[in-house]
Design a protein around this ligand. Structure first.
Ligand SMILES: [Zn+2]
Length: 258
């Protein structure tokens, strides 16, 4: 995992060795020492390093957010403390009903976590995360996963997008949903209509500026247009991609052709 890097005043991100998963830390201006922690991950060693780095900076999580109920976004360690860990209600439901699969995923790709802490989320039904720091507005949709909650910080213009708007991953549809394409497009529209985005932080990949945010939305639209129309599409993100992404791409192609 990279060490925490400040991408905007009071907003720091780190990138994991696992699938370039991002962790976001937003420093509270109101209470010295508090911070909001989004999607901490991924390996046991990385969470230990994150906890140590927060301690070094004099920061303690006062609230946490999981963008969506996939195993790599619902991790925790005892050293991170006992802050409330919130997620969209639909995400909490999935984290509970599909707990077995989440724990299997964590054990397979990031073994050694305290499984009693994995996926323990509180439902939050509201427009923003309640905490003593910068306004953290929620943008909720069901693209990629049910109960996907992006977080926008109007003060800094940072949009923490969850598993959307990635420079390294193609759009990954929730093909178990009734309308995977519609849900994904709705999610993209909601993110695209957030006013004042100056930086986007994807769940996997690298932060990008406003122009890069628009470029990624366009790239994702182009991918979805082609694949949903049954056309061949050589997305540049598939060129040097890991095997699982090429497999998922082929599954998405087949999904729309069947
Ligand atoms: Zn995901």
């Amino acid at each position: 995992m990279t060490s925490l890097t400040e991408i905007a005043p009071g907003v720091l991100i780190a990138i994991s060795s696992f699938a370039l998963t991002t962790t976001t830390v937003v420093v509270s201006s109101a209470s010295p020492g508090g911070c909001l922690l989004i999607d901490p991950g991924v390996t046991v060693a990385e969470l230990a390093g994150l906890a140590a780095e927060l301690a070094e900076r004099g920061l303690t999580p006062s609230a946490a957010w999981s963008t969506h109920p996939h195993w790599d976004h619902v991790l925790w360690s005892a050293e991170l403390g006992a802050a409330p860990r919130y997620a969209v209600p639909a995400a909490v439901t999935v984290a509970e009903t599909e707990r077995g699969g989440i724990l299997d995923g964590a054990q397979r790709d990031a073994p050694g976590h305290d499984l009693s802490l994995v996926g323990r989320l509180r439902p939050l039904d509201g427009p923003a995360i309640p905490w003593d720091g910068p306004e953290a507005r929620l943008i909720v949709h069901d693209g990629h996963a049910p109960g996907h909650g992006a977080v926008f910080f109007p003060g800094s213009g940072v949009l923490v997008a969850g598993d959307m708007c990635s420079d390294v991953e193609i759009p990954l549809l929730d093909t178990a949903a009734a309308d995977p394409l519609g849900e994904y497009r709705t999610g993209m529209e909601r993110l695209a209509s957030v006013p004042g985005v100056r930086q986007v932080v994807p769940g996997h990949g690298h932060a990008g500026d406003a122009a890069e945010f628009r470029r990624r939305l366009a790239a994702d639209s182009a991918y979805l247009d082609a694949v949903s129309a049954g056309k061949p599409y050589g997305d540049p993100r598939l060129r040097d991609s890991p095997e699982w992404m090429r497999v998922t791409h082929e599954e998405q192609v087949r999904y729309f052709r069947s």
